[in-house]
Design a protein around this ligand. Structure first.
Ligand SMILES: Cc1cc2nc3c(=O)[nH]c(=O)nc-3n(C[C@H](O)[C@H](O)[C@H](O)COP(=O)(O)OP(=O)(O)OC[C@H]3O[C@@H](n4cnc5c(N)ncnc54)[C@H](O)[C@@H]3O)c2cc1C
Length: 469
């Protein structure tokens, strides 16, 4: 929908919004709305005309009905920690923030289910269920900032996906508000449910373009009793990549296998002003194993350690106590901030290939870096074949930067697709990748998706100019 098809937010709409959510939850001052003009995509921003902070599904429903009548676009927003521009209001209008809907409504220990509002911070849910000996596995590295609603809308993953899967594997029920304002309840505290099409799975990963999620029912697991982390440094980048596919080929499924190149580690050290062990290694793997029996976890640990050494690892450092493990993970979770600190202008991709093709992907990305004389740094969820590729501007002149990014990302996308992969594993298409959708999907699929969007949102009120080119 062209931007001129929408109306501006006028005084009449503002009055109505204040009537729905109250004066204090309608933000219009430039400095109040500035934080809602961007997410975590570097250099991408667009100002909303107004930010509205809802506290109930009924309020969300009234806001959407008003937006329909006034033909004003609405962009749902969790914490704004996305990496695809999905929460950025590119057509202006209303940003509908779910941040105040942040209650954990119930942790049902009998059914092993949690019911939460969308604005709950993912890490807060982790801590709440872990206090009861329960476990919610999806763990995006942004977990202390992002929301469960944002995780559902993006289909978020995280390091533990290797063993435990991603957000979509845990959502059993959703309450959602359609663009018409109608409130629907899908699923429930049900482990099995094949009643009709799965609207739950359709809404997961729909990036806020089909409905606004207002309540989520999540499946929980018992908390594993034993966890151990291994930090494995390598002098050869390719040997680290080869180890990953070998571990999987040996029928061991670790909880995580994270990969970090030396430039990531050095950037974290500079940001945190703390030393990371083996910071001169060309690459490191951070491998976590978990289970309920000490002996079984230790047997896997021995085998994994042996495989790493067989592939030329310098050492295998074992972290069993919580403090040491936390230190290792702090470094891993800070990589994006550290790279932003290193080169404030940079470009990040989120490609994924079948796990066994990881070595070819990483080797091809190195070739791209050499061809463009650019610093391209990789880290990510190697155990899932998911690599975050960061092109750093460093000293590249501003006028050469856009063309370099375009050319490097096209090369990386073509390589990924040729290996049977796709252009985004967990960050989503949003605004940042939409022009590349036709590279990854055939026209028949894109047409079908567009028709689904039409059915939910014929007036294109909800999160316009996202996903589709
Ligand atoms: C340092 C860092 C590390 C990260 N690590 C990971 C990682 O390991 N794995 C991973 O998957 N992602 C990761 N991300 C990306 C990001 O954290 C996730 O995409 C997360 O799910 C975004 O949640 P949010 O609450 O910030 O959503 P937002 O950025 O606010 O919104 C994201 C999208 O969801 C929509 N949305 C938000 N809430 C709702 C709702 N209630 N109903 C409907 N639509 C909604 C928005 O419109 C937007 O399209 C990382 C980001 C950063 C900055």
């Amino acid at each position: 929908m062209p931007i001129e098809m929408y109306n501006r937010v006028d005084g009449h709409v503002l009055d109505h919004l204040r009537g729905i959510v109250g004066e204090g939850s309608v933000l219009v001052d430039p400095e109040d709305i500035e934080p809602y003009a961007h997410d975590e995509v570097v250099g991408f921003r667009s100002e909303p005309e107004v930010v509205v902070r809802a506290t109930s599904a009924e309020q969300v429903s009234e806001i959407l009905k008003l937006a329909q009548r006034a033909r004003v676009p609405v962009t749902p927003r969790g914490a704004g920690y996305g990496l695809s521009g999905g929460a950025v209001p590119v057509c202006g209008g209303i940003v509908l923030s779910l941040e105040k809907m942040n209650r954990i409504l119930e942790i049902d220990e009998e059914n092993l289910m949690a019911t939460v509002e969308p604005g709950v911070i993912t890490g807060d849910l982790h801590r709440a269920v872990e206090d009861l000996g329960l476990f919610y596995p999806p763990d995006p590295a942004s977990l202390d900032s992002c929301t469960i609603g944002g995780n559902v809308a993006e289909g978020a993953g995280g390091p533990r996906a290797v063993k435990y899967g991603v957000t979509k594997d845990y959502v059993c029920g959703l309450e959602a508000v359609l663009p018409s304002g109608e409130i629907i309840e899908c699923g429930g505290k049900l482990v099995k449910n094949v009643t009709g099409y799965s609207l739950i799975q359709l809404l997961i990963g729909s990036e806020g373009t089909l409905a606004v999620v207002t309540k989520i029912i999540l499946r929980l697991l018992p908390l594993p009793k034993v966890q151990v982390d291994l930090l494995v440094p390598y002098d050869d980048f390719q040997a680290a990549a080869d180890t990953v596919s070998d571990i999987i080929a040996h029928r061991i499924v670790p909880t995580t296998i994270e990969f970090m190149e030396r430039d990531c580690i050095l950037a974290v050290e500079r940001l945190l002003q703390k030393e990371v062990p083996h910071d001169d290694a060309e690459a490191q793997l951070l491998i976590q194993l978990d289970g309920n029996r000490q002996d079984a976890v230790e047997a896997d640990m021995e085998l994994v350690g042996e495989l790493c050494l067989r592939h030329g690892a310098r050492d295998v450092l074992v972290a069993k106590d919580l403090r040491t493990r936390e230190r290792l993970w702090e470094a891993r979770r800070m990589i994006i901030d550290a790279l932003n600190n290193e080169s404030p202008i940079n470009h990040m991709e989120d490609v994924v290939v079948p796990r066994a093709s990881l070595p070819s992907l990483l080797a091809g990305i190195k070739d791209t870096a050499t061809r463009h004389s650019a610093r391209i740094v990789c880290f990510g969820h190697a155990g899932d074949g998911n690599v975050h590729v960061n092109v750093l501007q460093d000293a590249i002149p501003n006028e050469q930067w856009p063309e370099l990014v375009r050319s490097a990302r096209e090369e990386i996308y073509h390589l990924t697709l040729s290996l049977g992969g796709t252009i985004t594993a967990e960050h989503g298409i949003g605004a940042a990748r939409r022009e590349y959708l036709p590279l990854a999907l055939d026209q028949a699929q894109i047409d079908l998706m567009r028709r689904i969007k039409e059915v939910f949102d014929p007036n294109h009120i909800l999160n316009p100019a996202k996903i589709f080119p």
